[in-house]
Design a protein around this ligand. Structure first.
Ligand SMILES: Cc1cc2nc3c(=O)[nH]c(=O)nc-3n(C[C@H](O)[C@H](O)[C@H](O)COP(=O)(O)OP(=O)(O)OC[C@H]3O[C@@H](n4cnc5c(N)ncnc54)[C@H](O)[C@@H]3O)c2cc1C
Length: 477
């Protein structure tokens, strides 16, 4: 199929969807081409979910600037989009006296980056703040503006809002060829040829391949896929740590953390391992053992008895270490090497780059903008009175499908019916948490398959677990 659009965004991660949402405020035509079957299928779904305060990046870099700006935007953005976010604060802990210099350097860097709410906390106070912390802790940098967010729920909300304002999404469209034309670009995406005036490259680990097709030899980039593996523990009655606990950073990144998630689970990880295949998100026995061993330094009492799952994400590491953002060639706007703190920085980059693209195309602002899609309050967060009311309004609120996470049939159907709705079992799981709990879908997955088939008008054998040919059923017996 041949298609035309004014703006083509490649990649539906947090950057692509944030860009789409910002640009949807203007009178223009926007298409997002994504190689997978859903939004948030790359790094944006598999990360620590930390809204970094901004002390970690080198002063003067785009990373530092966009991190601090992005972190400031998060509380209001998540409130507007109804996305789980908590300003729980963070501690970077020194476990030996020699690490004190690193803590002081991070404090100083944070001051230079303009991060508010930083202070150095000594051992006694530290152990009062976080009693489960290893008592060998010496001191820590406290960052009170650090937060936790549900990363994929943010991407779903950004995509929904963009779609409500006219952005089109094309899934299962891997971009394999990009070339310059007289009026812009011609892009091969799956079976489609897409002509556009402006190209926005937000393809994460795939972004260098696109960049390199449009730049001279000396401007070509190389991304190193750096895998990070995690353990996910069930949500305990009482969280062992209120804050996100980092260890001192190393040359490979911010190191292994222990943190509550926005949904109250406990996350241990990530490891940092350079690998050859940027799509290999498999976890390994060695990686998981390494993550656990390192987490033990922070939390000597750690146990994986309540582990519900594990996962890995791939960082798109560029050797020079800074983000490559902006208009790198006429009409070509990019976010390459957008590794951590990319989740934190994405909203700020989108505002900045979106405004610049709109100015370059002399786009007019729309007179009215549709408000964001509002997901109903999750059933498991409702009071008994609210539950009674919800069941009266829609009896499907009284049909419990996921017992572990207390998710109802009404919520699953709503996840499928959203503007950019779930099409797979994993898409349902991440949108409403059915299958996120202790049994990992052992009980509810067959019902979710049935509901997906009904809602999408497909046979159950056509329903997949996630992107690609991951069919849940092989046939009828
Ligand atoms: C282990 C780990 C931990 C992290 N922790 C944090 C954190 O706590 N806080 C933080 O701020 N940041 C964190 N990050 C960084 C953050 O996750 C990323 O910076 C952010 O998600 C990048 O978003 P993106 O949209 O650029 O990339 P992605 O989310 O990867 O999206 C890119 C999209 O492009 C698609 N694509 C790729 N190639 C093509 C193609 N040729 N055609 C069509 N589509 C294509 C992909 O399928 C993908 O959907 C972490 C990253 C990792 C891996």
């Amino acid at each position: 199929m041949r298609r035309e659009t004014e703006i083509l965004i490649i990649g539906a991660g947090v950057v692509g969807c944030a860009m789409a949402r910002v640009l949807s405020r203007y009178e223009t035509e926007i298409l997002v081409a994504e190689r997978m079957g859903d939004v948030a299928e790359g790094a944006s779904k598999a990360n620590s979910g930390i809204v970094h305060a901004g002390f970690d990046a080198k002063p003067g870099t785009d990373k530092a600037r966009l991190n601090v700006l992005g972190a400031k935007m998060y509380p209001a953005l998540c409130a507007e989009l109804n996305v789980p976010y908590k300003g729980n604060g963070a501690l970077v802990v020194a476990f030996q006296e020699e690490d004190r210099a690193t803590i002081e350097k991070l404090y100083d860097q944070g001051q230079r980056n303009g991060v508010p709410g930083l202070r150095i906390v000594e051992r006694e106070e530290l152990l009062r703040m976080e009693p489960n912390l290893n008592p060998s802790a010496v001191c820590a940098l406290e960052a009170s503006t650090s937060g936790i967010v549900s990363p994929y729920e943010l991407v779903y909300a950004l995509a929904d809002h963009a779609a409500l304002n006219g952005v089109a999404f094309a899934f299962n469209k891997p971009v394999t060829r990009v070339e310059r034309t007289e009026n812009g670009f011609l892009v091969r995406a799956g079976e489609d040829e897409i002509a556009c005036r402006v190209l926005v490259n937000c393809a994460g680990i795939g972004s260098a391949e696109i960049h390199n097709q449009l730049h001279k030899e000396e401007e070509k980039l190389k991304l190193i896929p750096r895998r990070g593996e995690y353990h996910v523990l069930d949500h305990p009655e009482k969280a062992p740590f209120e804050r996100t606990i980092f260890q001192c950073p190393t040359a490979m990144g911010k190191g292994v953390l222990v943190t509550p998630t926005a949904h109250g689970n406990i996350l241990l990880g990530p490891t940092a391992e350079d690998i050859a295949d940027g799509t290999d998100v498999g976890t390994t026995a060695g990686g998981l053992a390494d993550a656990l061993e390192k987490a033990r330094l922070t939390w000597p009492g750690v146990s994986t008895r309540t582990e519900v799952t594990n996962f890995a994400g791939i960082r798109a590491h560029e050797v020079k270490g800074d983000f490559i953002v902006g208009e790198t060639a006429p009409g070509l706007w990019e976010a390459v090497g957008f590794e951590s703190p990319g989740l934190t920085s994405a909203p700020a980059l989108a505002e900045e780059m979106g405004a610049a693209i709109a100015a370059s195309l002399q786009l007019r602002k729309k007179e009215t903008i549709a408000p964001p899609y509002r997901k109903a309050k999750p059933f498991n967060e409702m009071t008994d009175d609210e539950r009674r009311e919800a069941v009266t309004a829609d009896p499907l609120n009284g049909v419990l499908i996921c017992r572990c996470e207390v998710v109802t049939e009404a919520e699953i159907r709503a996840a499928i019916r959203r503007p950019v709705g779930a099409r797979t079992v994993d898409g349902v799981k991440r949108r409403c948490r059915a299958g996120m709990g202790r049994c990992q879908g052992g009980f509810c997955a067959p019902r979710v398959v049935e509901i997906l088939a009904e809602e999408l008008g497909l046979p159950m054998t056509a329903i997949c677990k996630g992107s690609g040919d991951s069919y849940m059923l092989t046939g009828e017996i």
